[in-house]
Every structure is written in structure tokens, then in C-alpha cells.
Design a protein around this ligand. Structure first.
Ligand code: HEC
Length: 143
């Protein structure tokens, strides 16, 4: 009896160590995913909570949802044009230059042009066959 048990223990210990190892590896893997440098967003408006966000929230969510802002994006110029358009036609009030700079800095920084967020296109060999390509093209491609 005792002999059998002592022979089994090493295997048990090995299995235990293995599962602990797997557990910790899994834990650190999850930890890597959980490390998130993305800035916090205001749960109420969805605005990124960075410098100037309260000014934007106070002035830009009076007439419409903040979603119009968070779903929009563009250069400082784009935002400036939008503000002028709202001031000229939608009753948006004028801003003191300093406050306008704060708003534009915030918008251009956190809702700027999307170009750099785009994924590079897949290489041709990783893409599925084009179902619309004409038979002649298929023939010449395979030949
Ligand atoms: C006085 C009212 C008012 C205020 C304040 C206001 N807006 Fe607007 N905004 C409008 C109206 C009206 C529209 C058009 C809504 C629509 O198309 O449904 C609009 C549309 C927009 C759009 C969408 C434009 C598009 O291309 O569709 C964005 C983005 C926007 N506003 C951003 C802002 C920002 C940023 C501020 C703060 C600086 C702001 N708004 C403050 C009235 C306002």
C-alpha cells in the first residue's frame, strides 16, 4: 500500500506542477491583454476623458448627442469648419478664442483623421478568390 502511494506521488506532483504552470501562463497571457493604454471615456457621453473634455461636453452636447462627435473625425480644419457651420446656421454660440482653441485641440487630438488607424490591405495570396473575376482572368492567372 505505502509503496504504491510513494510511487504515485511523483506523477501527481508533476501533474500538479504542470497545471499550475498552465494556470500561470494563462494568467500572464490574460494580463497582457488586460493592460490597456486606451484613455478612459465618460460613461455618460462616451467622450474621451482627456484635457478639455468637460468644455466639449458642456458646449457640444446641448443640442445633440455626443455621438455625433464621437462618430465623427477629421483634422482641426474639419472641426473648425463644422463649428463655423453650426455657428452660421444652427445657432451655436461664439467662443472666446482660448476656449475655441481648447475645443479644437481636443477634437483634433482625440477625433482626428482616421488614416493611421486603418489596417494595411491583405496581400493577394491571403485573400479568397474573387467570385466575380471573369473566366479568362482565372485562366491567365493559373497559367
Ligand atoms: C446650438 C446647437 C448646437 C450646439 C451647441 C452644437 N451643435 Fe453640433 N450640430 C447642431 C445641429 C443642429 C447639427 C445637425 C444635426 C443633424 O444633422 O441631425 C449638428 C451637427 C453636428 C455634427 C455632425 C455634422 C455632420 O457632418 O453630420 C457634429 C460632428 C457636431 N455637430 C459637433 C459639434 C461640436 C463639436 C459642438 C461643440 C463645439 C457642437 N456640435 C455644438 C447643433 C449644435
Amino acid at each position: 500500500m505505502t509503496r504504491t502511494n510513494s510511487r504515485r506521488h511523483p506523477a501527481l506532483a508533476a501533474a500538479l506542477l504542470l497545471s499550475i504552470g498552465v494556470f500561470f501562463q494563462g494568467g500572464s497571457f490574460q494580463g497582457a491583454w488586460a493592460q490597456d493604454d486606451a484613455p478612459a471615456t465618460d460613461p455618460d457621453s462616451g467622450l474621451v476623458q482627456a484635457e478639455g473634455w468637460q468644455v466639449v461636453k458642456a458646449n457640444c452636447t446641448v443640442c445633440h448627442s455626443a455621438r455625433l462627435i464621437t462618430q465623427n473625425s477629421g483634422s482641426r480644419n474639419h472641426w473648425e469648419h463644422l463649428i463655423r457651420w453650426m455657428q452660421d446656421t444652427q445657432g451655436l454660440w461664439p467662443f472666446q478664442p482660448e476656449m475655441e482653441a481648447t475645443i479644437l485641440d481636443y477634437l483634433a487630438e482625440h477625433y482626428g483623421p482616421k488614416e493611421d488607424a486603418r489596417r494595411a490591405p491583405l496581400p493577394r495570396q491571403l485573400m479568397p478568390d474573387n467570385p466575380y473575376s471573369r473566366p479568362a482572368e482565372i485562366g491567365s492567372a493559373s497559367g
